[in-house]
Design a protein around this ligand. Structure first.
Ligand code: SF4
Length: 484
């Protein structure tokens, strides 16, 4: 299993990526490449299910990176056929030491044939559903919320698998982008709010592709056709594509953090490059939070586009004051306390010659626990910086996400317990400023900012306004924000 970096726990983490292909020879090879391009969405484990008319369904699920497993010919030969789906996952705090049975895609055998599903998101009523299903005789194989979908499908009385899926997903609350397959169909579904992404692509020779992000279409030279719409189900066969809208229509609430951090900068969301959006976030940040300084530095790599935008708008020179070591990935298997204390230095080093004597603006995408920000600040000061000003390309992260992103408990989030001024004191920097929620909305293309009466995005981790009540968490004692 790849190591969790000792300091990566200071970021929110996307938990999954999904990918599927129909209509090519050896679809599993395409899926492996797609999952490799989606590896940033989950590094703990991956799985592929394929179907071949003569050999039926086959699957392989492995811990570790896609490149270390799904490049071996001996494994890929076991996944023949023109139809395959895959999944990469990240282990959440509650499921460390997860078993291989938690690795997706999940498979179910129904009276009308088999089906496999891969799910990105989080079912917010999974505990209640699981209890109900177990009481009615379902036997769960994993600890994953996604398995509920298979059991709900098994209980449906509909006559075909897409209709059973619709039935199952109508019972599910929360966020889901699902890629599924039967013997002959590739199916893609997004929840009615469209919280997590899902796009449709086309290969030059006629095959169809479903993917969490467009960057994974590029790797197999597929063309982006369009995004799957919120609440839409597409059913693709070798003959073509059908679209349904099986859920009650609601206003879309796409995850705004996909723009800030989760998606790869070379992906396209809503017709717009993620890189360009992040650069624009930096522009807004510079307008809202100017400061006199000599150098704008990104915290690499995720802060880089916003830092470029900040430098451009402010006129302060841009420089790579922090250099990332690209090769430490697999060096430290165990995040021991000693390594934890060495902390950020294993991954990031300061470009002393550039920093010395300068008033430095450090641009990062977010502050979660604040542990990394503190260490970076110390490194910059040790290198001789005259002043350190943090500029953050997202509003304070004060609430946990329950829609498929691994977040620390609320009390561990720095912004949940401290005001901006207290955070500045805690980090001991010359200034600390965050982009406003309105500024972030402007940067993602909403010229008049956030519509408070009907927000255009999910922004619950900043605002505390959850578009779907996290009912399992409320049952466990989580307190929603009091009405203002
Ligand atoms: S709570 Fe935050 S991270 Fe989670 S879906 Fe909403 S915007 Fe995205």
């Amino acid at each position: 299993m790849p190591p969790a970096h000792p300091f990566d726990d200071d970021k929110l983490k996307e938990e999954c990526g999904v990918f599927g292909v129909i209509g090519v020879t050896d679809a599993a090879n395409f899926v492996a490449l797609g999952l490799h391009a989606l590896q940033h969405r989950g590094q703990e484990a991956g799985g592929i299910v394929s179907h071949h008319p003569d050999y039926g369904f086959n699957n392989a699920r492995r811990f570790g990176y896609v490149r270390d497993n799904f490049t071996k010919q001996s494994l890929m030969q076991t996944l023949p056929g023109p139809l395959a789906i895959g999944h990469v996952r990240y282990s959440t705090a509650g499921s460390k030491g997860a078993a291989i049975r938690d690795v997706q895609p999940f498979f179910g055998e129904f009276s009308m044939g088999g089906a496999a599903i891969a799910h990105n998101g989080n079912i917010t009523n999974a505990n209640a559903l699981r209890r109900e299903l177990i009481e009615r005789g379902s036997i769960f194989q994993s600890s994953s919320d996604s398995e509920c979908i298979i059991h709900l499908m098994a209980r449906s009385l509909q006559r075909n698998i897409p209709e059973r899926m619709e039935d199952a997903l109508r019972r599910v609350e929360g966020a889901f982008s699902v890629v599924a397959m039967t013997r002959t169909k590739l199916i893609g579904v997004r929840d009615p709010l469209g919280v997590r992404p899902l796009v449709l692509g086309r290969l030059a020779d006629g095959g169809w592709v479903l993917s969490s992000e467009t960057c994974a279409l590029d790797i197999i030279n597929a063309e982006l056709v369009r995004e799957i719409e919120p609440g839409e189900m597409v059913v693709i066969t070798e003959k073509g594509i059908e679209s349904h809208f099986p859920f009650r229509k609601q206003s879309a609430r796409f995850c705004i953090f996909e723009h800030v951090y989760f998606s790869r900068p070379d992906s396209i969301i809503g017709g717009r490059s993620v890189y360009e959006t992040r650069r624009q976030i930096g522009v807004e940040l510079a307008r809202e939070t100017p400061v006199e300084a000599d150098l704008v530095c990104p915290v690499p790599d995720s802060g880089t586009p916003a830092a470029i935008g900040y430098a451009h708008e402010s006129g302060i020179p841009f420089g790579m004051g922090i250099i990332r070591n690209q090769y430490m990935g697999r060096t430290f298997i165990e995040p021991t306390e000693q390594i934890r204390n060495m902390g950020v230095r294993l991954k990031l080093n300061v470009n002393r010659a550039l920093i010395r004597g300068k008033r430095v603006v450090l641009v990062d995408d977010s502050v979660v626990r604040g542990t990394t920000s503190r260490k970076i600040k110390e490194m910059i000061l040790d290198a001789g910086a005259a002043e350190v000003h943090f500029r953050i390309a997202s509003p304070p992260t004060a609430w946990p996400c329950f829609y498929g992103v691994d977040t620390p408990q609320r009390e561990k989030l720095l912004a949940a317990t401290m005001s901006e001024e207290e955070m500045r004191d805690h980090l001991n920097v010359d200034s600390l400023k965050f982009i406003s929620l309105d500024g972030l909305y402007r940067a993602v293309g909403e010229a008049s900012g956030r519509d408070a009466s009907c927000p255009q995005y999910c922004d619950a981790c900043f605002s505390g306004e959850y578009p779907v009540a996290p009912s399992d968490m409320i049952e466990k004692g989580f307190e929603l924000k009091a009405a203002e």
